[in-house]
Design a protein around this ligand. Structure first.
Ligand code: DGT
Ligand code: MG
Length: 242
């Protein structure tokens, strides 16, 4: 059957190797294609850790993670990775060119597909302005591009994969408000058919979400829409008012 992108966490617990206490406990959530799930919570709440369990950067120490109904440990790791576009909190670039960075994960992508991904990621203009365009060199670690540009190239790279699942770890808060808004608008056609999970800080990102998960000390303390959580989750109220 074709990949649809339904992500489920069932009674997930996670303890980092060598650590004494779990950083995530009793996590239950379902994220479906055609919808955006936002994960919010204060620093250290476990947001990045939660996302890292979905492509199996770490294995759960309790419970399970399912993709399209199948435990992710049943997938071939490369096959699982193919289905998940992860945009890490600290975007990284490989030494090479813009194009080689974008094709990482989908070597067969055409130039046209690269430009399309750059356009959605709000990175088309600055790449087009480089004399070498797609063949512009990327120095060690992307030191010749700004932090915001690096972030947008990392988003474009994930989009080139055309994955059924996208995980954005705090990808928008480093961008200025106007770019953030344009990017989220451009992403709408993608979230119309893919499963999108975003770790977010700005209220403007969160209010759009179909479902918001509030994490506190590694536990879910609220699930719902913005309005539902405003009415019923003290932690959420604190987060959006800070
Ligand atoms: P942020 O990005 O500052 O808003 O925080 P979160 O919500 O992304 O938190 P996260 O998942 O990075 O960290 C959750 C807890 O796990 C926190 O107490 C730090 C700890 N932790 C994170 N990464 C590691 C790791 O690689 N090893 C160990 N032992 N602990 C870690
Ligand atoms: Mg984090």
């Amino acid at each position: 059957p074709p990949a649809r992108g339904v992500v489920q966490l069932q009674d997930v617990e996670f303890t980092y190797p060598g650590a004494d206490d779990p950083v995530l406990s009793d996590i239950n959530l379902t994220a479906r294609p055609g919808g955006m799930t936002a994960i919010v919570g204060s620093t250290g709440a476990g947001k990045t850790t939660l996302l890292s369990l979905i492509p199996r950067l770490f294995d759960v120490t309790g419970g399970r993670v399912l993709l399209d109904g199948l435990d992710i440990r049943e997938y071939d790791p490369a096959q699982l990775w193919e289905r998940i576009g992860l945009i890490p909190q600290k975007a990284f670039l490989f030494t090479g060119t813009v194009a080689s960075n974008l094709r990482y994960g989908n070597p067969d992508a055409t130039d046209e597909e690269l430009w399309r991904a750059l356009e959605i990621a709000q990175a088309k203009d600055f790449v087009a302005e480089m004399p070498e365009g797609l063949n512009a060199p990327v120095a060690q670690g992307g030191s010749n591009v700004s932090g915001g540009q690096r972030q947008r190239l990392a988003i474009a790279r994930a989009l080139v994969k055309q994955a059924p699942v996208y995980l954005f770890d705090d990808s928008f808060s480093a961008l200025d408000v106007a770019t953030d808004a344009r990017l989220r608008r451009a992403l709408r056609p993608i979230s119309a058919h893919a499963t999108v999970i975003v770790v977010a800080q700005r209220v403007s990102t969160i209010v759009d979400a179909d479902q918001i998960i509030v994490l506190e000390n590694g536990r879910v303390v609220g699930t719902g829409t913005h309005d539902e959580l405003l009415a019923g989750c003290a932690t959420y109220v604190e987060i959006v008012q800070s």
